[in-house]
Design a protein around this ligand. Structure first.
Ligand SMILES: Cc1ncc(COP(=O)(O)O)c(C=O)c1O
Length: 386
C-alpha cells in the first residue's frame, strides 16, 4: 500500500528543541560525555506535596475519567493562584486544564483561527507557536523585535492586517530570557485596545524572575482582562514537565469553545497529575522560591564566566532560565551548534529554531558543575574560532 500522508502533517516542521535534545542524548548513549544545555526544563524534583498527593491518589483509586475541563479542586486552585499572581478574579468555568500548556495553546489556535487568519508572533519565539498556528490553517506572521529582543507597538503596526486575530506575548521569554516591564506591556495594550485582536499571554515562566522583579501579566493591565487569555503551566514552575498539566484562563465564550474541542479530542488530562497539581498550587511555594534562587545564582555564574569574551552579546536574561546570545563567528546557527557539539561536546539549540539566525540558546537549568564546565568550554571555543 502506498501510504499518503496529509498535506497538514507533511508541512509540519519537527520540533528543533526536541531534536537538539535527542541528538545530545544519542551521543550520550554512545558513551560520549556531552554537556547538555539544550533542555528546556528545570533539573529539580517535583514538590514533595505533589509527590505525596499522587501516591495518595493512586491508593485512593483516583483513576477514572474526570471532568474534561479538569477537576473542580484544581480549577479552584488555579483561580486562587491567578488572583494572587495577577489580582484578577476568574470563575471556575473560565478555566480549562489540559495536557500541558502546549495542549492549551493547540486548543486555542484551533478554536480561534479560520483558514488564512493571521497570528502575530514576535520573534524570537518559542518554536512550537508557528507550527501550531499552521495546524489550525492559520498564518504565522513573524514580527521582528527591537535590539532588546522585545516587540514594540510600531513593529506590530507594520504587520497588522484585517486578518490579524491574535498576538502572542511570552514574558519571561523562551528563548531570550527577556521580561517585559509593566510600561512596555501598557504600550502594547494601547496599540491593541482598539483592534479585534486577542492577546495570548503565555505565562509559562512567570515564577522565574530575578533581581527582585515582580511578575506582570498582560491580563492585569487595565482594560486587557477581557481581551487576553492567560496560558499557565505546572511544567516549569513546579518542575513537573512530564506530568503534563497546563491551563487556560479567559473568557467564558472561548473557554467553552476550547472545552468542546477537548471533549471531542483528548478529554481530561491525567487524573493523577491533576491531583498532584492541586497540591503543588496549594502548597507553600517554597520549592519554587528555592529553584528561583538557584537559577539566579547560576545565571550570575554563567555571565561571569562568559564576561571575558567581549564579542558575545545578549539581551539581559532577567527571567526564565535561558541565555540567548550571539557572536560574530555564529553565522549559520545550525551548523555552529552541530560543530560545537562535535568539537566541544556542548549541546545548545540553534537560534534559527526560534526565528533568529546568528544566535544560540543556552539553558542554565543544569548543575553549577556542568554549567561551569560548559561555559569554560564555550570561552575556549570562541578563543579558538577567533
Ligand atoms: C514558552 C513556552 N510555552 C509553553 C511551553 C509548553 O510547556 P508545557 O506543555 O510543558 O506546559 C513551553 C515549553 O518549553 C514554553 O517554553
Amino acid at each position: 500500500m502506498n501510504l499518503k500522508l496529509s498535506q497538514r502533517i507533511t508541512n509540519l516542521v519537527p520540533s528543533a528543541t526536541l531534536a537538539a535534545g535527542r541528538k545530545a542524548k544519542e551521543l550520550q548513549d554512545r558513551g560520549v560525555k556531552i554537556l547538555n544545555l539544550s533542555v528546556g526544563e528545570p533539573d529539580f524534583p517535583a514538590p514533595t506535596e505533589a509527590k505525596e498527593a499522587v501516591i495518595a491518589a493512586v491508593r485512593d483509586n483516583f483513576s477514572r475519567y474526570t471532568d474534561s475541563r479538569g477537576i473542580l479542586a484544581l480549577r479552584e486552585a488555579i483561580c486562587r493562584r491567578a488572583r494572587e499572581d495577577t489580582g484578577l478574579i476568574y470563575g471556575v468555568n473560565q478555566v480549562i486544564v489540559s495536557c500541558g500548556s502546549k495542549h492549551t495553546l493547540y486548543n486555542l489556535f484551533q478554536s480561534l483561527l479560520d483558514p488564512g487568519d493571521e497570528a502575530l508572533i514576535p520573534a524570537p519565539y518559542w518554536t512550537s507557536y508557528p507550527e501550531m498556528v499552521k495546524l489550525a490553517d492559520g498564518v504565522p506572521v513573524f514580527v521582528p523585535a527591537g535590539t532588546d529582543l522585545k516587540v514594540k507597538p510600531e513593529n506590530l503596526e507594520r504587520f497588522f492586517t484585517n486578518k490579524t486575530r491574535c498576538l502572542i506575548i511570552n514574558s519571561p521569554n523562551n528563548p531570550s530570557g527577556v521580561v517585559y516591564t509593566k510600561k512596555e506591556l501598557e504600550d502594547i495594550s494601547r496599540w491593541v485596545r482598539d483592534k479585534e485582536v486577542l492577546v495570548i499571554s503565555d505565562d509559562a515562566y512567570q515564577r522565574f524572575l530575578y533581581d527582585g522583579q515582580s511578575f506582570c501579566s498582560m491580563a492585569s493591565i487595565p482594560g486587557m482582562e477581557e481581551r487576553t487569555v492567560i496560558v499557565g503551566a505546572a511544567s516549569k514552575t513546579y518542575a513537573m514537565t512530564g506530568w503534563r498539566i497546563g491551563w487556560f484562563l479567559g473568557s467564558q465564550e472561548l473557554a467553552d469553545a476550547c472545552a468542546k474541542l477537548q471533549d471531542q479530542s483528548t478529554s481530561n488530562p491525567c487524573s493523577l497529575s491533576q491531583a498532584a497539581a492541586v497540591a503543588a498550587l496549594s502548597g507553600n511555594q517554597q520549592s519554587v522560591q528555592e529553584m528561583c534562587r538557584a537559577f539566579q545564582k547560576r545565571r550570575d555564574l554563567l555571565l561571569k564566566i562568559l564576561s571575558p569574551v567581549k564579542e558575545i552579546s545578549y539581551p539581559y536574561p532577567a527571567g526564565a532560565f535561558y541565555l540567548f546570545f550571539t557572536h560574530p563567528s555564529i553565522k549559520d546557527s545550525v551548523e555552529f551548534a552541530s560543530r560545537l557539539l562535535k568539537e566541544a561536546q556542548v549541546a545548545l539549540v540553534p537560534g534559527k529554531a526560534f526565528g533568529m539566525e546568528g544566535y544560540l540558546r543556552l539553558s542554565y537549568a543544569v548543575s553549577e558543575e556542568v554549567l561551569t564546565e560548559a561555559a569554560n568550554r564555550l570561552v575556549n571555543y570562541f578563543a579558538q574560532t577567533h
